[in-house]
Design a protein around this ligand. Structure first.
Ligand code: ATP
Ligand code: MG
Length: 292
């Protein structure tokens, strides 16, 4: 039996011996890669998920620039708490209700979106009160403990003032009445706007995903990103290459993964089969940084 490739993650090992076409396709598939800050955020989410119901539920706001990995984190968490069939009650349980706030949300659109996530058909003539009543009856039945609202900045940046205030008030009362926790993710603008809402500000904690700097943590992220690539040889990057990587990606997680994927593809197509410092240092600053 061939020795397992130790320079890649075990789940990639079988791919290492695949043909070029298969490996190049695999490079661009989305694969979760963990890093210390992600672990911290996920464990905070778990603690919040286990929080006992009470009228004043705590909230979390995950803050980061576009591409810092907010949605990937939320999706990872949701996968671990997906809806399941409860044979005892003969119904589905939806422990986490996850949605992406659309631009210019209104209360009506928000309710319609919740019902659509829950798979409940909405007739266009249904009144807002009927939709609200439906949601308030459904959520306890479904055992929902957490509401996740990604792209929460859409509430603040695009809505009319009146819609925005009404939605914020609704979120506050909804989590209180239904005793579910609220997790939002958004940009700095969302945090600034939520700080302005005294009642929300007093119950939520911000978790930041800051841009990467050339630390050992960043080195670890690059190492893990490379280990998730089906290359046949181990790669090694020196400190200079790591620093250059921060500069060309401006420390944005999405760009880091894209650069590593591009380098891995080049390494496979050229037959070099590894990523080395020279390949990284040859990458120009401006075009890569502009191309996120
Ligand atoms: N933990 C991770 N593992 C693997 N890839 C990741 C990870 N985090 C981020 N990425 C890469 O970065 C890309 C952007 O991540 P994501 O969509 O989560 O960012 P975001 O912060 O939600 O951005 P936006 O504010 O634009 O919605 C992903 O599509 C993926 O390619
Ligand atoms: Mg996102």
């Amino acid at each position: 039996m061939a020795a397992a490739a130790e320079h890649v993650f075990p789940e990639i090992a079988d791919l290492v011996t695949a043909d070029v076409e298969t490996r190049v396709r695999a490079i661009h598939e989305e694969r979760w890669v963990t890093y210390p800050r992600a672990k911290e955020v996920l464990s905070k989410l778990e603690r919040l998920f286990d929080y006992p119901p009470r009228s004043r539920m705590p909230c979390l706001l995950i803050v980061g620039r576009p591409g810092m990995g907010k949605t990937m984190l939320l999706e990872r968490f949701c996968r671990q708490h997906s809806a399941v069939w409860d044979p005892d009650r003969n119904c589905e349980r939806t422990p986490v209700l996850s949605m992406v706030m659309r631009p210019q949300p209104t209360i009506r659109r928000f309710y319609a979106q919740i019902l659509s996530v829950l798979g409940v058909p909405v007739v266009s003539s249904a009144s807002t009160i009927v939709m609200e009543d439906r949601i308030h009856r459904l959520i306890p039945k479904l055992g929902t403990k957490m509401l996740i609202a990604d792209e929460i900045h859409n509430v603040f940046t695009a809505s009319r003032g009146a819609d925005r205030d009404a939605l914020m008030a609704l979120l506050r009362t909804m989590i209180g009445e239904l005793q579910i926790s609220l997790v939002c993710a958004g940009t700095n603008e969302a945090e600034n706007a939520m700080l302005g809402d005294e009642q929300l500000a007093s119950r939520y904690e911000s978790l930041h995903l800051p841009a990467w700097t050339p630390t050992t943590e960043f080195q670890g992220l690059i190492g893990s990103a490379i280990r998730s690539m089906p290359l046949q040889l181990p790669s090694e990057l020196n400190a200079l290459a790591i620093r250059h990587m921060v500069e060309i990606t401006q420390g944005v997680t999405a760009r880091v993964f894209r650069v590593v994927a591009d380098l891995a593809e080049e390494a496979i197509l050229s037959g070099v089969e590894k990523i080395d410092s020279r390949a990284v240092l040859e990458l120009p600053l401006a075009p890569r940084a502009a191309a996120a």
